[in-house]
Design a protein around this ligand. Structure first.
Ligand SMILES: [Zn+2]
Length: 334
């Protein structure tokens, strides 16, 4: 036992010298005092099995070495700290260099910013499955079998004929309308899938930002109001909007929304393809049939919905020219 104590003391003297150079005193402490494998801890564990006489002889020695070693570590630690502060080679006044730890994706940043606006206006944010059933993706949204929008060419099926990759975030709208009671104000940002050939402006998937409101007495004026506010938030007070009738099967009436081209102020340029206006979203009053199929009484409640593509919005916001860059491994500094 006495040999063990002597050996530990010798080993500690060497270790103290080594660790005082690196300053890693926590590791040194654990080598001797770790609860599971510390060298001194192991000695302490042996005490209960010693005879009464051995306990008298070695008990004190073990306690002494314990105190000695702990004190030595504390002193070495303090000395190391003082030496570091006083070392002229180390200038502690130099400001810390921030680590380059990456950025949020441009799409994520856009979603966060837009969510702020809608949260302020009392909307909840919802997410849902990207693998969806035909029922929620098409049928409940007034898209019966054989409707052109359900064309097999555009839809990626996981398992025909019922399971697919959602083609729009409206699938979450039909899920929520089927599950919850109005009044409802909900935003759904998310990824959607189409069977498209990849090029500079199209990919097999993209992001949509969907919103809908269902309550008693909701009219198209409420829809126009929130869209006007939203575009001012996004593009500034001077934005000019144009509302026009447009057909979308899941809403009636449907309303397309354009903003006056911000590059040419309506005169016509390459960005707006000489039209003077840029289409930004589709919207409308939720179809009578959709409300009915989702179990909401269309005689009592009305609602509106709107949806927009996020990718092109993020591209124009961050000056990204090719949609594929949004999803490649290439670093884009924004
Ligand atoms: Zn233009």
């Amino acid at each position: 036992m006495q040999d063990d104590i002597n050996n530990i003391r010798k080993m500690f003297e060497k270790d103290l010298e080594t660790y005082s150079k690196s300053g890693d005193f926590d590791e040194l402490y654990l080598k001797y005092f770790s609860k599971t494998h510390g060298l001194v801890t192991n000695l302490l564990k042996k005490i209960p099995s010693l005879s009464a006489e051995e306990k008298r002889t070695f008990g004190t020695s073990i306690n002494t070495i314990q105190n000695e070693l702990k004190q030595a570590i504390t002193e070495a630690k303090a000395a190391f700290k003082t030496a570091t502060i006083n070392d002229p080679a180390i200038d502690l006044s130099i400001p810390e260099v921030p680590l380059n730890s990456g950025e949020l994706h441009p799409i994520t940043k856009t979603i966060i910013e837009m969510n702020k606006f809608f949260r302020y206006h009392g909307y909840s944010i919802a997410e849902g499955p990207e693998i969806e059933t035909v029922e929620y993706n098409f049928r409940k949204l007034n898209l019966p079998e054989g409707h052109p929008a359900t064309d097999l060419q555009d839809t990626l099926f996981v398992k025909e004929p019922d399971i697919l990759l959602r083609t729009h975030t409206s699938s979450i709208e039909s899920r929520i309308l089927s599950e919850y009671e109005p009044p409802l104000r909900v935003i759904v940002p998310g990824k959607v899938y189409r069977n498209e050939t990849a090029n500079a402006s199209n990919l097999g998937f993209f992001h949509q930002y969907q919103g809908f409101v269902v309550d008693k007495g909701v009219t198209i004026q409420h829809l126009k109001g929130i869209l006007e506010e939203f575009h001012k938030f996004l593009f500034g007070e001077n934005v000019v909007l144009r509302f026009r009738y447009k057909y979308y099967p899941e809403v009636s009436p449907g309303m397309g929304v354009d903003i006056r081209c911000q590059f040419c102020e309506g005169a016509g340029c390459t960005v707006c393809r000489q039209r003077g206006w840029v289409e930004v979203l589709g919207s409308g009053m939720i179809h009578y049939n959709t409300l009915k199929m989702c179990g909401i009484d269309p005689e009592e409640y009305t609602g509106f919905a709107f949806g927009m593509g996020l990718d092109r919005l993020a591209m124009s916001k961050f000056g990204i020219s090719d949609i594929r860059k949004l999803y490649s491994g290439e670093m884009i500094y924004v």
